[in-house]
Design a protein around this ligand. Structure first.
Ligand code: PLP
Length: 392
C-alpha cells in the first residue's frame, strides 16, 4: 500500500520518528556511565509522569508482565484480591491472579460502566478477616472504552477502613489523562511502553510507594525476576535483573523528552480534543441505529479509546479487516464479550487532528462500501468540533 499506514489501535500505537531514530544505535558496554545516566533519568522522569515520589521499576516485559510483577511482589498464593470487573482487561488480570494461586473476589460489571465505588466499599466491609491484600483497578479498560474514577476507589477503601493496597492498571491511560499516584493514594501503578508512552511494545513499567515497598519487603518472594528488593539497586545490571533492554531505553528516553517538551497538561488537552472529535463522529453515525457507544455514560468515555458496538447482524470484524486491508487504517476489534460485535478506535499517543480525521474518514468510506447503516456527516461533525477554538 502506498503512503502512510494509519495505526489506530489502542496499542501498540504510532511510534514517533524521533523515538525510532533514538533506538537506531549500537548497544553500549554494560558498565558505560552513559547507560547508567540514561536509565536513571528515565526512572526519574517516569516518576514525574506517574506523579509519585515512589520507586519506579522497568521490566523487559509487556503489560501482562507488569500485572504479574505487581502481584508477585504483593501477594503469596492463598491471598485474596478484589477485582472490580470493568471489561476484558480487568478479567484477564483476574485470570492472571488466579493462575498465580490467588483467590479472586470479583465484583461483577456489565462492561459498559465504570467501577462502582459503593460495591468496593461493601465488599471490603464484608471482608472482616482482612484477607483481601489488594484491590486491582483498571483506570481505562481498553476493551470497553470506559474510564473509571480511581480517587473514588481510594475513597471507598478508606471509608471501609480496609488496609488493602490499591493497585492501578494505567496501561491505557498514563500519559493520556490525569493520573496522580501520590495525591490519589495509589500504592502501585502499572503501565506499558506501547500505548500513550509512544514506544515499542516490550517494557512494563511500575511505580510503588513506601507502603507497597514495605509490604513487599516482608514477603518471601521467590519469583526472582520480578523481585523489587533486588531491583532497588543502583547498578543497572541489578535494577534490570540482568542486561538492560538498551534500545528500548534509548527510545523511552526520547519519548520522555517529547512528553516533557509538550507538557502533561497540553498532552491531556490534546487527548481530550482528539477524543472529542472521534466521539462527535460516532454520535452522528449512531443516529442511524446500527452503531452505538459501548460506554453507556458520556462522562465515562475514555480519552484514549472509543469502543463502538455494531447492531445484531453487522460483523464488526469485517469492518476492521476491510478498513485495514483496503484503506490502510487499522482499528482494533472487540475483545471477549464484544468479540465480533464492536470495533475500537485508539486515539492515544503520538497523534494529531489530521491523523484522527483520516481514520474517521476511512471508516466512513468502509461503512459506505460495506453498507453499514450510519447517518452521514460524522467526519463533518468531527471537523466542526476541531474547528472550535476551545475544542475539548
Ligand atoms: C494493553 C493493555 C494491557 C495488556 O498489555 P500487554 O502489553 O498487551 O500485555 C493491560 N491492561 C490494559 C488496560 C491495556 O490497555
Amino acid at each position: 500500500m502506498t503512503g502512510h499506514e494509519f495505526l489506530h489501535a489502542p496499542g501498540p500505537t504510532h511510534i514517533p520518528d524521533r523515538v525510532l531514530a533514538a533506538m537506531h544505535r549500537q548497544p553500549l558496554d554494560l558498565v558505560d556511565k552513559r547507560l547508567k545516566d540514561i536509565a536513571h533519568s528515565c526512572f526519574a522522569d517516569l516518576a514525574d509522569v506517574f506523579r509519585t515520589k515512589g520507586q519506579v521499576f522497568i521490566y523487559a516485559a509487556n503489560g501482562h508482565g507488569g500485572w504479574e510483577a505487581a502481584l508477585a511482589n504483593l501477594c503469596v498464593p492463598g491471598d485474596a484480591v478484589l477485582v472490580p470487573e470493568v471489561g476484558h482487561f480487568s478479567n484477564s488480570w483476574a485470570d492472571h491472579a488466579r493462575a498465580l494461586g490467588l483467590e479472586v473476589i470479583s465484583l461483577q460489571g456489565d462492561w459498559r460502566h465504570a467501577i462502582d465505588p459503593d460495591a468496593i466499599e461493601a465488599a471490603l466491609r464484608r471482608d472482616s478477616e482482612r484477607r483481601i491484600k489488594a484491590v486491582l483497578a483498571v483506570q481505562v479498560d481498553t476493551g470497553t472504552g470506559v474510564a473509571s474514577d480511581i480517587p473514588a476507589v481510594r475513597a471507598a477503601m478508606d471509608a471501609a477502613r480496609h488496609p488493602a493496597l490499591l493497585v492501578a492498571d494505567t496501561i491505557a491511560s498514563l500519559g493520556a489523562m490525569p493520573f496522580e499516584m501520590d495525591a490519589w493514594g495509589v500504592d502501585v501503578a502499572i503501565t506499558a511502553s506501547q500505548k500513550a508512552l509512544m514506544c515499542p511494545p516490550g517494557l512494563a513499567i511500575l511505580a510503588a510507594n513506601e507502603r507497597a515497598l514495605r509490604s513487599a519487603a516482608v514477603l518471601p518472594t521467590s519469583q526472582r525476576y520480578w523481585d523489587w528488593k533486588t531491583r532497588m539497586a543502583e547498578e543497572n545490571y541489578r535494577a534490570f535483573c540482568g542486561t538492560m533492554p538498551e534500545q528500548h531505553i534509548f527510545g523511552l528516553r526520547a519519548a520522555l523528552d517529547m512528553i516533557t517538551e509538550e507538557g502533561l497538561p497540553a498532552i491531556f488537552a490534546r487527548h481530550r480534543r482528539l477524543a472529542g472529535a472521534v466521539q462527535r463522529a460516532v454520535e452522528v453515525w449512531a443516529e442511524a441505529g446500527a452503531l452505538s457507544f459501548n460506554a453507556a455514560l458520556r462522562e465515562q468515555r475514555a480519552v484514549s479509546v472509543t469502543a463502538v458496538r455494531t447492531a445484531e447482524g453487522i460483523d464488526a470484524d469485517r469492518i476492521r479487516t476491510h478498513t485495514r486491508e483496503t484503506l490502510g487504517v487499522s482499528v482494533a476489534g472487540g475483545l471477549g464479550l464484544l468479540s465480533g460485535r464492536a470495533f475500537r478506535i485508539g486515539h492515544l499517543g503520538d497523534l494529531n487532528a489530521p491523523m484522527v480525521l483520516g481514520c474517521l474518514a476511512a471508516l466512513e468510506v468502509a461503512f459506505i462500501q460495506l453498507g453499514v447503516p450510519h447517518a452521514p456527516g460524522g467526519v463533518r461533525a468531527a471537523i466542526e468540533f476541531l474547528a472550535e477554538p476551545d475544542a475539548g
